[in-house]
Design a protein around this ligand. Structure first.
Ligand code: ZN
Length: 310
């Protein structure tokens, strides 16, 4: 059976969100401050609905629980990955995530969060926060106590196509004017370190200073990204990251190409252009899963695609 599993995204409004998920991707967004499109997700806070085929109308978590054979019979209580598109019209809070061990103990058995970012687009002088400048925990605590945010936080310039791996313990923030495709562990555990003293409905959003200090890695070390790249002008596949939780690759297609889906399952997001997969039309903004045993897959068109697997 060669059924592609197309998914209906779930949208999240946020004080920092905008309207690009509609203007750039054509999604039917709920508000003019929509921050996130949870495109491939079985997380309880945003469980995607299957759009087509025998399981249309069921959720991805239902499919994971009841048809594990579609996911190569891999073990695990929850579908392990979550793919999002994020539209940051304003700066997101400065935050950090715990690892699995810390989250298990402190967050009711939740998964920790390792995430990575592919920069889909950004303003001309685009910036992002990755890392900090404290040499050890003592200096970190001191800089936080003295609110020396500018000295502490490591801001860097970005451009379209850049890629970052955000390991647990990495201070990070997406800044205004950035569109990102995020591949992450299926977790919603975030510790907010600093929120620019902004008000949300008249109130400061909650900060998690103690937990942040617990989990922030000191000193910061940049994660290594990048990997092999193979192909030609028609078809190029570039490995963006390979880590214990996921492998993420970018495919650029200009013409036709066959590839073999031999992973337990493959998450696919079309980020640019349009074309066909085994005769089914797909375009920018489409997200789907190629299940276990899918085998040879025929791609046609002019497209950039991000794929991920465990
Ligand atoms: Zn994050």
């Amino acid at each position: 059976m060669k059924d592609i599993i197309f998914l209906e995204p779930v949208f999240k409004s946020a004080i920092w969100g905008g309207t690009k998920l509609k203007s750039v991707y054509g999604y039917d967004i709920p508000t003019d401050h929509t921050g996130e499109c949870w495109a491939i997700s079985a997380h309880k806070n945003g469980d995607c609905t299957i759009a087509n085929g025998a399981y249309a109308g069921k959720t991805l978590s239902w499919l994971w629980d009841n048809h594990r054979e579609l996911f190569g019979n891999v073990k695990g209580e929850v579908f392990p990955l979550l793919i999002k598109i994020i539209d940051a019209k304003a700066d997101l809070s400065i935050q950090v995530h715990p690892d699995d061990a810390y989250a298990r103990v402190n967050e009711n058995g939740a998964l920790g969060k390792t995430e990575c970012w592919y920069i889909l687009d950004c303003d001309e002088d685009g910036k992002i926060v990755v890392g900090h400048n404290a040499k050890d925990k003592e200096e970190l605590k001191q800089m936080i106590a003295e609110k020396r945010w500018k000295d502490l936080i490591n801001v860097r310039s970005i451009k379209k196509g850049d890629f970052f791996q955000i390991n647990p313990g990495t201070v990070h923030a997406i800044k205004a004017g950035t569109l990102i495709l995020e591949t992450q562990q299926s977790s919603d555990v975030t510790y907010r370190l600093y929120d620019y003293d902004r008000l949300d409905h008249g109130k400061l959003r909650e900060l998690h200073i103690d937990k942040s200090i617990d989990v922030i890695q000191c000193p910061h070390v940049d994660a290594e990204v990048g990997g092999s790249s193979m192909g030609d002008e028609t078809y190029n596949m570039e490995e963006l990251i390979h880590c214990p939780f996921y492998t993420v690759k970018k495919i650029s297609l200009h013409g036709e190409h066959d590839f073999n889906q031999d992973h337990a399952f493959l998450n696919v997001s079309v980020i640019e252009g349009s074309g066909e997969i085994d005769g089914t039309p797909i375009k920018k903004g489409a997200h789907f899963i190629l299940p276990s045993g899918y085998g040879t897959c025929h791609l046609k068109g002019n497209m950039d695609i991000i794929v991920s697997h465990i």
